[in-house]
Write a protein that binds this ligand. Structure first.
Ligand code: G4P
Length: 190
């Protein structure tokens, strides 16, 4: 997505070889029009697969996921990183390790919001090692439903996320794929 790549080049900042800051339109301040256009790309790519729900992982996946859900006219669910005290009902949970944050969290979904007939599109803001997406996949498949695709806004292609997901047979569609980061340098694959 050309517009996204341009925005990353204009406003993104590689703080080292591993981390890209995009606080001004995705992770902190959010540009709704850009998120809407991102939704259009995901809708066009994933339409025709009978997708019934979009899942995302809190919190920065929410904006692109909800814009996609709106355009596909289906519900969007936010997978929680811990079980809120107010969630007293039955849940599916799986432990996810974040290498970026160096910590584990319990990805959580209320059982009543998924059924075996569901075809789920997973959308997230960043793909690094793929642990969050793999956690979402475990929840979906643990409920007997199907993962119909994975949509990523920014993929760090030099990390192993895409490979791990593709090896398991999932279709990963990323709108910006970063080949290399260096302090003050951002290089794309596409
Ligand atoms: P993984 O799922 O692909 O294995 O990624 P990892 O656990 O390593 O990433 C943990 C968090 O860091 C995620 O956000 C992810 O989106 C974010 N992240 C990873 N690499 C980058 C990067 O280069 N730049 C930025 N800005 N974020 C990155 P999170 O903990 O879910 O936080 P949130 O922002 O969604 O609330």
């Amino acid at each position: 997505m050309k517009k996204l790549r341009e925005r990353i080049l204009e406003e993104g900042r590689a703080i080292n070889e591993n981390v890209l800051k995009v606080d001004s339109f995705l992770n902190h301040k959010v540009d709704p029009k850009l998120m809407y256009e991102i939704g259009t790309y995901f809708r066009e790519y994933f339409s025709g697969r009978g997708i019934t729900k979009i899942f995302t992982i809190e919190s920065s996946g929410i904006a692109p996921a909800v814009m996609t859900a709106m355009q596909m006219d289906i519900p969007m669910l936010i997978l929680k990183k811990q079980k809120p005290n107010t969630m007293s009902e039955d849940v599916y949970q799986t432990t996810v390790h974040s290498f970026t944050k160096g910590a584990d969290y319990e990805l959580t979904l209320l059982k009543k919001y998924i059924c075996e007939e569901d075809k789920i599109l997973i959308i997230d803001d960043f793909l690094a090692n793929g642990e969050a997406s793999l956690g979402a996949v475990r929840l979906v498949e643990g409920a007997g439903a199907k993962v119909s695709g994975i949509g990523i806004v920014i993929e760090k292609s030099f990390q192993k996320g895409r490979k791990s997901l593709e090896e398991k047979g999932y279709d990963v569609y990323s709108l910006a794929r970063i080949k290399k980061l260096e302090k003050n340098l951002i290089k794309f694959i596409i």
